[in-house]
Design a protein around this ligand. Structure first.
Ligand code: NDP
Length: 248
């Protein structure tokens, strides 16, 4: 079934991991996809893989989402290339973990600028177009850490909790134009971001996951596609935790 035929999707952080899987899943359902990441090599790779499977579906854009001006230019370029967009997925994210006692200002700023201001930048770039688009959706990839906090991740937790507040506010602001805005809060998902967790930490984390395993990137993509679909038209301002039961 081509659920997203005729739709255009922007996926930030689409170069690898969760974003790469989201981009591929949309293309598999008929969407055109703008794959955004920091490095040309990673967004280019994802777009290349998508085009191999679904010719002509993807374009790559190497932009730092934390750079406000660059993201406004990116918005113009993507609209010039695709004509419009229907769905914006704010997935680009980074961690700079450390206990607050040792956390540098730069670690705080980098994480907040990427994970939170990055979403502000893209919504600013695309909101006018989304307000006129068919079945418009904004989906922000938050984290369970934004709901429950985590020692050693004060910057990351603040950015993701902020993203949830941003999601709800945007949902209210844009509801009159039928643009829905929701967040997906992944638990622990197997990607580069969680790849270097020490075995001991991994074992501790698993004890707190009722379903007993880390999630997959496909688990998150499935939730995003659900929220992006026509079936979810009456859902807005929500946070969908996809976490194996961690935060129930
Ligand atoms: P990865 O580290 O595997 O990939 C992150 C992607 O984001 C990369 O494509 C990277 O670009 C891109 N990115 C990072 N910073 C920027 C920037 N400043 N501008 C543009 N693109 C950027 O992460 P995951 O796939 O694991 O995570 C994706 C999202 O899901 C993040 O928001 C993360 O916080 C969230 N999440 C992940 C969880 C997990 O367990 N993995 C759990 C909860 C939430 P490039 O490839 O060029 O480096």
């Amino acid at each position: 079934m081509q659920r997203f035929a005729g739709k255009t999707v922007v996926v930030t952080g689409g170069g690898r991991g969760i974003g790469g899987s989201i981009a591929m899943a949309f293309a598999a359902e008929g969407a055109k996809v703008a794959v955004v990441s920091r490095n040309e090599s990673s967004c280019g790779k994802t777009a290349g893989e998508i085009n191999l499977a679904f010719p002509g579906s993807a374009r790559a854009y190497a932009v730092d989402v934390a750079d406000h001006e660059a993201v406004q230019e990116l918005g113009k370029q993507i609209i010039a290339d695709f004509g419009t967009i229907n769905i914006l997925v704010n997935n680009a994210g980074v961690t700079r973990d450390g206990l607050l006692m040792r956390m540098k200002e730069e670690d705080w700023t980098t994480v907040l600028d990427t994970n939170l201001k990055g979403a502000f930048n893209t919504v600013k770039a695309f909101m006018r177009v989304l307000m006129k688009a068919e079945d418009p959706r904004i989906i922000n990839i938050a984290s369970v850490i934004g709901l429950i906090g985590n020692a050693g991740q004060a910057n990351y937790a603040a950015s993701k909790a902020g993203l949830i507040g941003f999601t709800k506010s945007i949902a209210r602001e844009l509801s009159g134009r039928h643009v829905t805005c929701n967040a997906v809060a992944p638990g622990f998902i197997t990607t580069d971001m969680t790849g270097d967790l020490p075995e001991k930490v991994r074992e501790e984390v698993l004890k707190n996951i009722p379903l007993g395993s880390f999630g997959t990137v496909e688990d998150i993509a499935a939730a995003v596609l659900f929220l992006a679909g026509k079936e979810a038209r009456y859902i807005t301002g929500q946070v969908l935790a996809v976490d194996g039961g961690m935060t129930m």
